[in-house]
Each structure stands twice: as C-alpha cells, then as structure tokens.
Ligand binder design. Structure first.
Ligand code: ADP
Length: 576
C-alpha cells in the first residue's frame, strides 16, 4: 500500500472514530434527556396538579375560589394522562368532584376524592420510580457503550501510532544505511522494501543505481588490471633494467632484464627492502648509492660496465622520483622511485667503432702530412732552387694548412687513444728548458705573424721534472698556441714556470687577449666546447685533452680570465 494511502486511511479512521464516539455520546445524552423529560412532563405535572387539588379541597367551604381552582387543576390533569390506571383514577376524581359540587359539605365525598388523588399520586410516583430506573439503565448502557467504543478507538489509535511512523522511518533508516555502504564503495549493497509503496519505487531506483555503480566499478577495475598487465608486459620486455621501489624502499617490481644482470631470483628481490638485497649483491649496492646517501656527489656521466651472458654491456643509470598529487589535494606526495639501467651497449659499440675509425684515419694522416711538411721544407731550401714571391706565398699558405691539419689529427688521435684507453703514461725525467724551447719553436712563426712576443719566466733553480714529456709538451704547446691564436696583435704571451712548495711545479701561460666570460669558464675543459662567437678556427678538443693528460699524471689544470684583459691557463705537476 502506498504511504500516502496509509496516511489517509489512518487519519480517516481516527476522524471516523471521533465522529462515532461523538454520535454515540450525543445519542445517549439525548436518551437520558428524553427519560428525564418524560418524568417531568408525565409525572411531575400530575403530582403538581394533585397537590393543588388537595390544597383546594381543604379550602372548599372556606374560600369561594377553591371549587374553581380544583376544577382548573382537574381539567389540566385530564389532559395529562400518561400512565396505566391514571385514566380510571382521574375519572373517579371527576365523578366524586361532580357529586361534591352538589353537596359541598359532604365529608365522605371529600375523603373519597382525597383517596382518589392519593391513588393518582401513587400511580405517578411508581411511574417516576420505573422511569428513573430506565434512565439509570440508559446511563449505564451509555457508559458501557462509550467505554467499549473509546477502548476500541484507543486501541486502533495506539496501533496506528506504533505502526505508521515505523512504516515510514524504517525504510528511511534502511535506505540511509545502504547509502552509507555505497559511499564506502560497497556496491553489492541492495535494499528490499514492500514493492507497492513509494519506498518500493525508491528501493528499485536505488538498486538500479547500485547495480550500475557495481557494473562501472567492476569494468573500471578490469580496465585497471588490464592496463597494469600491459605495463608489466612492456616493462618485462624492455632491454633496459627497471626496478621500482616504494617510499619505504621496498622493491615493488623488477623486470626480467634487471634479474638477468643482477643474477638474482625474483622471489629474493620483490617485496624485500632494497638495502637488504644490496647486502649480498654488488650491482644493487652500486645502484642504490645515491638513494641511500642523497648528499653524495652525483656523476651523471658514470657508466656501468656489466658482463651479461659472457658479453660486456654498458648501462647508464637513472633514478626517477615518483611524485603524485592525491585526489582533492594540492601538494604532491613522494610515493617511490624507479631505478633504470639504460642499455647503451649498441651505442657504445658504435661509438667505439667511430673512435677506432678516427684513430686509424688520424694515424694514417700523420705520415702524408709529415711528407708534405718535409717537401715544403725542401722547396723552401734555396739550394734546390729559388722561388718567386708568388710561389713563396703559396708555399707559406700550404705550410700553415699542413700545420693546422697536423694539430687537428694530433687532437683526434689523442681523443681516440683516450677513449679506447690505449693512451699510456711514460713518466721519466726531462729538462723543463727542452719543452719550453720546443713550444717556442713551434709557435714562433704564428706569433711573429701577429707581432706577439713569447716571453719566458722560469724559476732559476728549476731544471728537471719527472713527468710524461710528450704529453706535458703537448699541453703546454696547446696552451701557448691558444694564447697566440686568441690574442690581439702586438701583445705578449708569458710562459711562467715556478716552484710551488717543495714538490710541485706550476706552468702558466698568460696572454693579453680577448679573455673569457665567467659563465663559460666552467665548460671550457669540456670536449667540443668553444666559447660562442669564437671566430678563430678550432675543434674545441685541445683543452679537454690537456685536462685529461694533466689529471692522468696526478696534476691539475685551471684558468683565470677577464674579458678584455686576457687569460691565464696553468697546470701543476709533481716534480718527482
Ligand atoms: P679550440 O682552440 O680548438 O677551439 P680548445 O679546447 O683549445 O679548442 O679551446 C676551447 C675554447 O676555449 C676555444 O674555442 C676558445 O673559445 C676558448 N679559449 C681557449 N683558450 C683561450 C684563450 N687563451 N683566450 C680566449 N679564449 C680561449
């Protein structure tokens, strides 16, 4: 039944019961009134007339109006005959009164009338008693009927009071609890109500909604699971090793490549704290160095050389932090890290092939360039034959180009040797003066051309040094050549050699050239770096090779420079 119908029926029933009770009450009051009215009109009046007649009878003979008064009350009584026997009693009074009219002093007639009146009164008094009994019964019946009807009404009202609110509130309570369950993502929750009430319709709509939510959530979970599987398959099939850890450094996933290169089994890796795994595995220990100690200096170019299945493999390490912004929040939260080992072996192999190629080509170039230089020297020799001015100019140009070619091939060869690890140190004692002389000789013609004087300032008690002569000469030569190339004309280049402390020697080359902007100083020793806008030809390799040559000997190289005021490049080596 519909709630509205239930409410209407309940209120209607109460309304009906009020009407029934009021009607019953009214009817009984009316009955009681009728009973008392009967007594009043039927009997009370007769008693009143009888009393008057008795009083008039006493006055007959003394009062002239007594007869008329008696006649008047008798007439009224004759019109008010209501009880059985009353008619006969009245008739007797009338008969005796007619006789009395003729003989007013007749005492026996008076006594007879008194007796008749007494009988009449007795009759009416009896009637009053009977009618009072009837009224009593009516009152008792009224009390009984109204009590029963009242009790019935109370029971019905009580049942309505107990049932009707519960009928409305129970489904609401059940619905509220189901809504709470749905809010907790328990989409299997359903409500069951009486199907034909309004709550039945509500329950139906609610259940449909819950079913749809369940369907949606299941399809979403299915989608998420499929997506997860896809990503896992992707990660597993990558040639790069991938390890995922959570914010507590517990390993969440490891792909096949990571297992292969670490030599670990999945069950000994996943679910364990990575630092615990690192205790028994050198590779993992190396990988998590930065994670365990984030303040340690990072070396981005660091490559890991790992033997996998009997072959050398090169990996580049990268650690990514995973930060997410949780739904409804503004700040991102750290939830873990992914350690990636990018397999760069194919690139490394190509790079090595390139280096070998450059090494071979530059080596092969050295002999023909030397022959060209020798041929040029012979051509310049006047004993062989004199050259005209134009030919001399051409020879000079070829000589300069040959020199530049030699510089480039020497740099490329050095780079190739450094990259392949072929370059070896040859430490022995040599005279500092020898390399200074050689450097001046090599750079003289270029310096002269630009009217640059190469000045030396060598500590007098410095003669011998224990170092790699060839490499030290190469570095000093590169610094002086740069100083000449990047200087304006008519200036000085000073080569200074001084003792630093008891053990070290400092070589510095000072020029009065262009200088270098401060922001480029940190990159100046990087391979292929050239200060933007540099017009002089070059490869950007000289300083980086110099740095490696000096550091290989345990020394250090540095630069001081000011734009417009020139630069000082210096390196320090151990004397012994
Ligand atoms: P390259 O001279 O072949 O370009 P280097 O490695 O020797 O290569 O030098 C790198 C860069 O540093 C140069 O291109 C130049 O811009 C700058 N540089 C080197 N030496 C000096 C110097 N003495 N004065 C000004 N700039 C210099």
């Amino acid at each position: 039944m519909k709630i509205k119908t239930k409410l209407n029926a309940g209120v209607g029933l109460l309304f009906f019961m009020i009407i029934v009770l009021s009607t019953l009450g009214g009817w009984f009051i009316y009955q009681l009134k009728k009973d008392t009215q009967n007594i009043l009109t039927d009997n009370y009046n007769t008693l009143q007339y009888s009393r008057n007649m008795l009083l008039s009878l006493e006055e007959i003979g003394k009062e002239p109006f007594a007869m008329a008064e008696f006649q008047k009350n008798l007439d009224l009584q004759r019109q008010n005959i209501t009880e059985d026997g009353e008619k006969e009693a009245t008739k007797n009074i009338l008969a005796h009164f007619s006789d009395l009219k003729k003989d007013k002093e007749n005492l026996s007639l008076q006594a007879a009338i008194r007796k008749d009146i007494a009988e009449l009164m007795q009759l009416n008094m009896n009637a009053i008693q009977i009618k009072s009994g009837i009224a009593n019964t009516t009152a008792q019946n009224a009390i009984a009927v109204i009590s029963i009807a009242g009790t019935l009404c109370f029971l019905i009202a009580f049942i309505l009071m107990v049932n009707l609110p519960a009928n409305i509130s129970n489904p609401i309570r059940e619905l509220t609890s189901s809504i709470h369950q749905i809010a907790k993502q328990n989409y299997r929750e359903r409500v069951q109500f009486e199907s034909n009430s309004e709550f039945g319709e509500l329950a139906k709509s609610f259940n449909t909604m819950a079913e749809k939510l369940q369907e949606y959530s299941e399809s979403r979970i299915d989608k998420i699971l499929k997506g997860k599987k896809r990503i896992e398959t992707l990660i597993d099939n990558m040639h790069d090793a991938v390890i995922g850890i959570d914010e507590n450094r517990k390993v969440l996933f490891v792909n096949d490549e990571a297992l292969k290169i670490s030599g670990l089994k999945r069950e000994n890796f996943v679910g364990k704290l990575i630092q615990d795994v690192a205790v028994s595995n050198d590779l993992v220990r190396d990988l998590i160095k930065e994670i365990i100690n984030p303040d340690a200096e990072k070396n981005p170019a660091e490559l890991l050389k790992i033997f996998v299945e009997g072959k050398e493999n090169y990996f580049e390490k990268e650690i990514l932090d995973i930060n997410v912004i949780p739904t409804g929040e503004n700040d991102s939260r750290f939830i873990g890290q992914v350690i990636m080992l990018r397999n760069i072996t194919p690139f490394k192999e190509l790079d090595l092939a390139k280096t070998h190629f450059i090494g071979t080509v530059s080596h092969e170039f050295k002999t023909p360039i030397s022959s060209i230089q020798m041929g040029l020297q012979l051509l310049e020799n006047e004993k062989i034959g004199s050259l005209n001015e134009e030919q001399q100019k051409l020879i000079k140009g070829i000589d300069e180009d040959a020199l530049r070619l030699l510089k480039i091939t020497s740099e490329l060869l050095n780079i190739a040797q450094l990259e392949t690890g072929v370059s070896q140190l040859n430490i022995r004692q040599f005279k500092i003066g020898e390399i200074i002389e050689e450097v001046i000789k090599t750079n003289r013609s270029a310096a002269d051309k630009r009217q640059i004087s190469i000045i030396t300032d060598i500590d007098s008690d410095l003669e011998i040094i224990n170092a790699d002569q060839e490499k030290t000469l190469w570095v000093l030569n590169n610094l002086v050549s740069n100083a000449v190339r990047y200087s304006n004309g008519q200036s000085d280049v000073i080569i200074k050699v001084e003792k630093i402390g008891l053990e070290n020697v400092k070589f510095s080359v000072k020029d009065q050239g262009l200088g270098i902007e401060e922001k480029y100083l940190k990159d100046i020793f990087t391979r292929y770096f050239r200060v933007p806008g540099t017009k002089t030809e070059g490869t950007g390799l000289g300083l980086s090779i110099s740095k490696e040559f000096i550091e290989a000997q345990g020394g250090s190289i540095s630069v001081e420079s000011e734009v417009g005021n020139g630069s000082i490049f210096s390196f320090i080596l151990k004397m012994k």
